[in-house]
Design a protein around this ligand. Structure first.
Ligand code: ZN
Length: 279
């Protein structure tokens, strides 16, 4: 099952207690999945969904909130043929904003597999509908953006942390925990990889430096003999040749008397200068 489907399975069973929230979620379902039809009584709302659990949720909410048939039309602005926005009063309270977003997401939302990337979206039928969803999400500190995709307006989030918050707002607690676990694992993997790369780079640097030092020393030895070097440089040159793998710190400790890392560095640089002159 996709992550998106898991989230929806969790949300479809979530029924709020407050009637205001029940109406708000119902409006979300209708706004994104319903249409206005005409019958003998006039304009009515029709709600069609292939997913039986969603159909069931629609009826449960209608019954609980005590809204019968097409009477929900009063929650939408005065245009009898579209349901693209709800009246502001429906999504005034934070609890109701969450419920509306849940309804919208159930009908028109999706989340990508968090193992692959972070993307949350709600596909809207019009720019106005997208703006209302964006407004609701922004008021909950979600950095929602709108993009025009063919005939649709898509409201989306791109950041893992934001998607975690969105799941929390909609009440998908289990999915939220799953996503957090994936994020932590990913973060750890990234940190480990970064560290490994960094260490590998350092090792390469150290090895390259040691190779260069040994080349310099051998050059001097061939052209002038190491005995031509001042004593302090000769000692470090011999220790370096005998210990090609040792770090500067280790080389310093092998000297009598021991010297610090910067002292070793200084002497090796002098050797390098002498070698460069010979070249
Ligand atoms: Zn409410």
């Amino acid at each position: 099952m996709s992550f998106s489907q898991e989230v929806k399975n969790e949300l479809v069973d979530h029924i709020d207690n407050g009637r205001h929230c029940q109406i708000a979620e119902l409006c979300g379902l209708i706004s994104f999945g319903g249409k206005v039809a005409q019958n003998d009584a006039g304009s009515v709302i029709e709600f069609q969904c292939d997913y039986p659990k969603m159909q069931k949720k629609y009826f449960t909410l209608s019954n609980k909130a005590n809204i019968i048939g097409g009477d929900g039309l009063e929650f939408f602005p005065e245009t009898p043929d579209t349901l693209e926005q709800v009246k502001g009063i429906i999504v005034q309270q934070t609890c109701c904003k969450r419920a509306y977003l849940r309804g919208a997401f159930l009908m028109a939302g999706s989340i990508s597999d968090p193992n692959k990337g972070y993307h949350f979206e709600v596909v809207c039928k019009s720019e106005k509908q997208a703006q209302q969803i964006q407004y609701i999400m922004t008021s909950m500190d979600l950095d929602a953006k709108i993009v025009n995709r063919q005939k649709h307006y898509v409201v989306y989030l791109k950041e893992g942390e934001q998607i975690v918050s969105a799941l929390g707002f909609m009440g998908a607690t289990k999915a939220l925990m799953d996503l957090e676990n994936i994020r932590i694992l990913k973060e750890m993997r990234n940190t480990v990889n970064r560290r490994v790369n960094c260490e590998a780079a350092n090792i390469t640097k150290t090895v390259n430096a040691a190779v260069k030092q040994i080349q310099d020393i051998k050059l001097i030895d061939e052209m002038k003999g190491l005995s031509a070097l001042p004593e302090n440089l000769r000692d470090i040159a011999i220790i370096r040749l005998e210990n090609p793998d040792a770090s500067l710190k280790d080389l310093g400790e092998m000297m009598t008397p021991p010297i610090g890392k910067s002292g070793v560095n200084h002497r090796l640089r002098k050797i390098s200068e002498i070698a460069d002159k010979l070249r």
